[in-house]
Design a protein around this ligand. Structure first.
Ligand SMILES: [Zn+2]
Length: 161
């Protein structure tokens, strides 16, 4: 299927399309160049030149830096190899008491801090909130995923990395 124009994909990313336009795009087969156009748009929005290989969050990307593949924030902060958990290099704020949990879940809706804590991860460079995880106290830092970059490019995009 032919690709949607870049400005349509840009508006789709930004949530600016009316639902009547968005719904058919979501329901249809992906157009041929969707991912490439998506990456082009993302690349145009960042102030650095390293090639984006895969977005991994609202502000985070796996990028090509020389021979390395690292996680990088849109502000330019670099977290290290994508095969390692970027959260270990992030700023973290842990909500593990009644008062701080009450800011998020006021009143009776808040969790019991004996059973759950919220960990908020922030970029050391721009202080953007990157991820929030709700876990039992003492649970290891969650490593969201390690994508199969080679397999994704080879088997899905049919392109070399
Ligand atoms: Zn940042």
């Amino acid at each position: 299927m032919a690709s949607y124009p870049k400005d349509v994909i840009r508006d789709l990313i930004d949530g600016k399309l009316p639902w009547q336009t968005t719904k058919p795009i979501m329901s249809d087969f992906k157009d041929e160049r969707r991912f490439e156009i998506y990456l082009e748009i993302l690349q145009e929005r960042v102030p650095w030149k390293e090639r984006i290989l895969l977005p991994v969050g609202e502000h985070l990307y796996i990028v090509e830096k020389g021979a390395a593949r690292i996680v990088k924030c849109d502000c330019g902060h670099e977290f290290g190899p994508y095969t390692e958990n970027w959260k270990l290099e992030a700023l973290v704020y842990v909500r593990d008491d009644e008062r701080s949990l009450d800011e998020i879940y006021p009143g009776a809706r808040k969790c019991d801090p004996g059973w759950m804590e919220l960990r908020e991860y922030y970029c050391p460079g721009c202080k953007a909130q990157l991820e929030v995880e709700a876990v039992t106290p003492g649970y290891p830092v969650v490593f969201d995923f390690v994508p199969d970059l080679e397999g994704f490019y080879r088997d899905w995009l049919k392109k070399p990395l």
